[in-house]
Design a binder for this molecule. Structure first.
Ligand code: URA
Length: 423
């Protein structure tokens, strides 16, 4: 094969053969197809789409680019969850120990954040001593004993995705249903989980801005899971406003700890319990997650999970060098709090990275002190900006200008959080 023939076939709206896809994914992973050629092919795929058979072949080629783990020996039903990426989405932090406390094994192999969406590993890394890297033996041992693992995916798991994701991120080719589906499902199928719940985000703060596109993404991923023997359910959830009040790293860990302690923002609790119910249904476990959360069992699993990975669950979380408060400009009711600007502000403050080799600040982030439906008076604090680098405050403040809409009178009805379920 020649890369240029594959590129022109897709550019002209053709369908790639399985042989072409196997070759181009394998050769690119091996460094034999140039970055500029893969960039052109990705753009052609983004613009012209892929047929279901092409998506299936692309996903299978990405799985075959590395190893597929075997978790059949952990002695508990395995079930994982993956979010397509949002702002303030700390749900995994409480969900993983909760579902483990109900009797399942949750092998959450996660990534770091890139762009405005946070990464679970970056959040967990704000816990003193916590290690993201686990050997395969440590992973299966912890899954058997505790049931809860949040760790880094090893480099031999879908290595094609690592290279492709980094390239998509810098070539404007992330927002493609075939590429997001293949990226997420290749990693989750290779990880060896028996079942999977996907949280497909819809709205301003998500990669899929409309319900139609999110439904298409959900259906594609559910079918890919079924084709590879992974029972998969997708839940469509609103990402037009951040989840909870915190967006960043340590600030999100603190909010997840509130949920584990039986409190926390209502939307975070609602989504955690809804996703837990779907995960337990797939795992065939008949427990009520709300009761297990209230009993403190999920907090026990959290502490065991953090300690097993070298972390100190009792250590204080890092505090920022600088905190700045933004206040309300008028009296009224918050009718909108836009997710994307909050995500961008947290990223500017140092919670995320601009290049994949950049470090992140554990203490950086945004607290949203006023959420949709809440009344505020002029001068009342509505945002808290946390950073170790005060020179970034201006950039964060400009991202947030216009993020909050305050209208006179009473609140409009709130948007529902859980929009649909695709099985
Ligand atoms: N998350 C992933 O893992 N991959 C994507 O392509 C998008 C979100």
């Amino acid at each position: 094969f020649a890369a240029v023939d594959v590129i022109t076939a897709k550019r002209d709206g053709g369908t790639l053969t399985t042989a072409q896809i196997d070759w181009v994914v394998g050769a690119y992973t091996a460094g034999e197809v140039a970055e500029e050629q893969m960039s052109a092919l990705l753009m052609a795929i983004l613009l012209n789409g892929m047929a279901p058979a092409e998506i299936a072949a692309w996903t299978a080629a990405m799985i075959r680019s590395g190893v597929r783990l075997d978790l059949s020996g952990v002695g508990r039903p395995t079930v994982d969850k993956h979010s397509t990426g949002g702002v303030g989405d700390k749900v995994s932090l409480a969900l993983v120990p909760l579902v483990a406390a109900c009797g399942a094994a949750v092998p959450q192999l996660s990534g770091r954040g890139l762009g405005h969406t946070g990464g679970t590993l970056d959040k967990m890394a704000s816990i003193r001593g916590w290690r993201a890297d686990l050997s395969p033996e440590a992973l299966t041992g912890q899954l058997s004993r505790i049931g809860a693992v949040i760790c880094a995916a090893s480099p031999d798991l879908a290595p094609a995705d690592r290279k492709l994701y980094a390239l998509r991120d810098v070539t404007g080719t992330v927002e493609s249903v075939p590429m997001i589906s293949a990226s997420i499902m290749s990693k989750k199928i290779a990880e060896g989980t028996a079942s999977l719940v996907l949280d497909v985000k819809v709205g301003d703060g998500a990669f899929m801005k409309t319900r139609e596109r999110a439904t298409e993404l959900a259906r594609t991923m559910v079918e890919l899971g079924a084709a590879h023997g992974v029972r998969t359910t997708a839940v469509l959830t609103d990402m037009s406003t951040p989840l909870g009040r915190a967006a960043g790293n340590a600030v999100e860990v603190a909010e997840a700890l509130d949920v584990l302690a039986g409190g926390g923002p209502a939307d975070v609790v609602e989504l955690t319990l809804a996703l837990a119910s779907e995960m337990l249904a797939l795992a065939g476990i008949d427990r009520d997650p709300a009761r297990v959360l209230a009993s403190g069992g999920a907090m026990d699993s959290w502490r065991a999970m953090v300690s097993a990975q070298g972390g100190d669950p009792a250590a204080p979380l890092p505090r920022p060098a600088e905190v700045e408060v933004v206040t309300a400009e008028r009296d009224g009711t918050v009718t909108e709090l836009a997710a994307l600007p909050v995500g961008l502000a947290a990223w500017r403050l140092g919670a995320g990275r601009a290049r994949k080799e950049d470090p992140v600040q554990a203490a950086a982030g945004v607290l949203c002190l006023a959420r949709p439906g809440e009344r505020v008076v002029r001068g009342q604090p509505v945002f808290e900006l946390h950073t170790d680098t005060p020179e970034r405050l201006d950039a964060a403040r400009s991202e947030l200008a216009g993020a909050l809409r305050i209208d006179p009178g009473d609140a409009a009805p709130l948007r529902p959080l859980i929009l649909d379920t695709v099985r």
